[in-house]
Ligand binder design. Structure first.
Ligand code: PHB
Length: 387
């Protein structure tokens, strides 16, 4: 090689080196948009705990870059959602958006993230559109779609021979879509949803609707409530004397992170979810021990989803060696990945939603004990996704 060429290569390397160095030296800022107040506050805490546990297990670095956090309390308020995302994007200059619990808030996040090309990981909210009509190469979900656990329960309840079912939920995307998914499977199998009851989110005045359920006398009830609302609903259902006469079923959120407060009123309830107590795998046992040690409490499905959101970020960042400008390579790594979740390994669908087993669980004491797999490797249909 001629002297001049060597000199040129040397110069080029010298120019690149500080760039690479600067990149690995700067931190990646993760914007956590989660509820820290209101009916979903405990869910937000579990997600944040799970996320930070995984990052801590990697020594605080993913893809060779140190992780730092900015956060906002989104209050599960869709009216404040766009302002809150912009606080993270413009005030805090975050590199990645992670959030949130409430579907209405998460949908607003997904829209801003898509428009700005920001990497977005949804660690809970189940709105079907996020990995459906709003899907994007930079949008990923570590949790579930509302359709998934609801559809599985529709099959379970039809197989039990119920014919007439009343549904009751909050009137917003998550509740509506949970009922829709349930109804799709239940009616396909010959059952009938005879009445759809709703209360506005986050209202917990259930009494008039419980009176209506008693008067309608369905074979069973299907419900979606979560967090503090789920605690009150399960207690009110039992207090109204309905638990003995009209069996109550739900998507798993009804009894997740709530059993301490629900006590005996939740005993025996059957729910469907992508996580359960008593899975017994080495992966889950290790996660549960680490979580209990770090936070002095048992993990729930929300903690798992937070943990896996961080795992997914790690898979992408490792593939691009910490360089977040390589978005296509980041996405490709996740599309090919088998994610080693405490819930059991899962892959992502074409629209970036987990393809996962949905468990049937029963409340035994303070646990949602696994009693079987209701639906194996269930994939959300990703309706409307044209990615
Ligand atoms: C949602 O709004 O998508 C949602 C909220 C709480 C849950 C599950 C889904 O537990």
């Amino acid at each position: 090689m001629k002297k001049i060429q060597i000199a040129l290569i040397g110069t080029a390397l010298a120019l690149c080196a500080p760039l690479a160095l600067a990149q690995s030296a700067t931190k990646i800022k993760v914007g956590l948009m989660l509820p820290a107040s209101g009916t979903y506050a405990a869910l937000g805490t579990a997600i944040e705990n799970g996320f930070k546990l995984y990052v801590a297990e990697q020594g605080g670095k993913l893809g060779g870059r140190e992780i730092e956090y900015a956060r906002v309390d989104d209050e599960s308020d869709p009216a404040k959602a766009v302002d809150n995302v912009n606080k993270l994007l413009k005030r805090d200059n975050v590199d990645v958006l992670v959030g949130t619990v409430h579907s209405g808030v998460a949908t607003a996040m997904a829209k801003v993230a898509k428009e700005t090309g920001t990497l977005f990981i949804d660690p809970n909210a189940g709105a079907d559109a996020i990995t459906g009509s709003m899907c994007a190469p930079t949008t990923f979900r570590s949790s579930f779609s509302m359709w998934q656990s609801a559809y599985a329960m529709g099959e379970v309840m039809a197989a039990k021979g119920y014919k007439n079912v009343v549904t009751i939920t909050w009137k917003y995307a998550a509740g509506d879509e949970s009922v829709r998914g349930f109804k799709e499977a239940f009616e396909k199998a010959g059952g009938k949803v005879v009445k759809e009851l709703n209360v506005p989110f986050p209202n917990v005045e259930f009494q008039p609707l419980l009176t209506e359920i008693a008067a309608t006398k369905p074979d069973a009830v299907y419900t979606f409530f979560a967090g503090a609302g789920a605690i009150k609903f399960v207690k009110d259902y039992a207090a109204a004397g309905l638990k003995k006469s009209i069996p109550l079923y739900g998507s798993g959120f009804l009894t997740d992170g709530t059993l301490e407060a629900q006590g005996a009123d939740a005993e025996g309830l059957l729910t469907t979810s992508h996580y359960a107590d008593g899975l017994g795998s080495a992966r889950d046992n290790a996660f549960r021990q680490a979580y209990a040690k770090a936070y002095k409490m048992e993990p729930d499905v929300y903690a798992v989803q937070g943990y896996d959101a961080a795992q997914m970020l790690a898979i992408g960042l490792n593939a691009v060696k910490g360089d977040l400008t390589k978005k296509a390579e980041f996405a490709m790594a996740l599309e090919k990945a088998k994610i080693d979740s405490p819930r059991g390994p899962f892959t992502l669908s074409r629209s970036h939603n987990p393809v996962q087993d949905i468990y049937l669980r029963q409340v035994v004491g303070k646990q949602n004990k696994i009693i079987g797999v209701a639906s194996k490797a269930l994939a959300d249909p990703g309706r409307g996704c044209t990615m």
